[in-house]
Write a protein that binds this ligand. Structure first.
Ligand code: SF4
Length: 389
């Protein structure tokens, strides 16, 4: 048994996990309440290694926000703008294609595209965008739209959600993003994102997409006004849907950024809280293969540490991230592939470049130079973040 667990108050939970027994919501609350960092880290690391051995992944991708105009005004959002605002923007399909073309030259395998709920763009704009991007390179994986954007697009198309999703899929959509989950419990949700789709609607869009054969990620925005019980309730609802569909490829906990919004929280979640949230997620979500340490919100240094606390993925390398930074994130705007590989190696893991579905593209040797094939400046490019919309 791990040294840290021998005398730990969490020893019974470790034994449960080793025996492949599912932990309960009460167990998860206990994990969230403990201060025994090394003990919950050891349990989460055990689960992570059982699922992913010593591999840890990253993706070369670019985020594009097609627009920050939004008809809603979620209280936590520092990204959305109204048409009267001087710093609102929207890109034409041609401008998006140009950004994608430039990013393809850098070696991206995925475009991650989200935006606000635009007041006037027609449904056809979104279809044309997908078709034009697929025409650039059919191998480029398009991970686009949050659940609430899908509901907005269904409203624009005047079609039921399944037909809307099918049409988007026919146009080139490969995966839905996980943004918009925030916190499911109604009392918290209405305090931070009034007017947004309900938890049931969020889950139902993903359920429908999964039933069509699609895959998606999911998220949780933590560290604002929610309680530990609210977090566990959120995780339980995700675990339930995963039991039903098996359609989630990974879970991405998103640390709340406190600036430029209307939620009265002075500081973002601490490092301890972020490690604990990742660890509890890893242990509780026993039917998820992958947990991401989202370095844009946590910083790369803490995300690297999180690889020993249950995370097996660092997400992408990033340029021009807008939304976390508009909300106060102080992380840099990009990481090179070299930096990601180095961070993973230092943490004692084997770096793996992955695709949208967490399938390996390339496994790096455990030691040595990154590769002559990978120029030092090679980056993935992102604009925006998973919390948008
Ligand atoms: S979080 Fe999304 S839906 Fe809410 S205001 Fe911001 S862009 Fe609009």
């Amino acid at each position: 048994m791990n040294f840290f667990l021998e005398r730990s108050e969490l020893r019974d939970l470790y034994e449960k996990v080793v025996a492949n027994q599912r932990i309960s919501e009460a167990d998860a609350v206990r994990l969230f309440q403990t201060k025994d960092l090394n003990a919950f880290g050891a349990i989460a690391d055990f689960v992570c290694r059982r699922k992913n051995r010593d591999r840890a992944s990253y993706i070369i991708n670019r985020y594009i926000n097609y627009s920050n105009y939004c008809i809603l005004s979620c209280q936590f959002c520092a990204f959305a703008r109204k048409k009267r605002d001087a710093d609102g923007f929207q890109y034409t399909v041609e401008e998006i294609v140009q950004k994608a073309r430039e990013a393809l030259a850098l070696g991206i395998t995925e475009l991650h595209i989200v935006g606000g709920l635009h007041p006037s763009l027609p449904f056809n704009y979104y279809l044309e965008m997908l078709r034009a991007l697929k025409a650039l390179d059919p191998r480029l994986q398009l991970k686009c739209f949050t659940a609430i954007e899908v509901l907005h697009l269904a409203w624009l198309a005047r079609k039921p959600v399944p037909e809307t999703l099918q049409e988007l899929r026919d146009a080139g959509l490969n995966s839905l993003t996980g943004g918009g989950a925030e916190i499911f419990r109604k009392s918290i949700r209405s305090a931070i994102a009034k007017g947004k789709e309900s938890a049931e609607e969020y889950l139902d869009v993903h359920r429908t997409w999964h039933r069509l054969g699609g895959r998606s990620t999911c998220t949780m925005l933590y560290g604002h006004i929610e309680s530990i019980e609210d977090r566990v309730d959120h995780l339980r609802q995700l675990r339930d849907l995963q039991d039903e569909t098996r359609g989630f490829t990974g879970f991405v906990p998103l640390p709340y950024q406190p600036e430029n919004n209307a939620i009265p929280v002075k500081k973002p979640p601490t490092g301890f809280d972020s490690l604990r949230t990742i660890a509890v997620s890893r242990i509780f979500l026993d039917n998820f293969d992958h947990i991401t340490a989202y370095w844009v919100g946590m910083g790369l240094k803490l995300a690297q540490v999180a690889l020993s606390y249950g995370a097996d993925d660092l997400h992408g390398t990033i340029v021009q991230e807008k939304i976390f930074h508009m909300a106060g994130a102080t992380s840099p705007q990009l990481q090179t592939e070299n930096e990601m590989v180095k961070a993973i190696r230092e943490a004692g893991r084997v770096p793996v470049q992955r695709n949208t579905f967490y399938e390996p593209i390339k496994e790096w040797p455990a030691n040595g130079a990154v590769s002559p094939e990978a120029p030092p400046g090679r980056t993935a490019v992102l604009e925006g973040n998973l919390a948008t919309a």
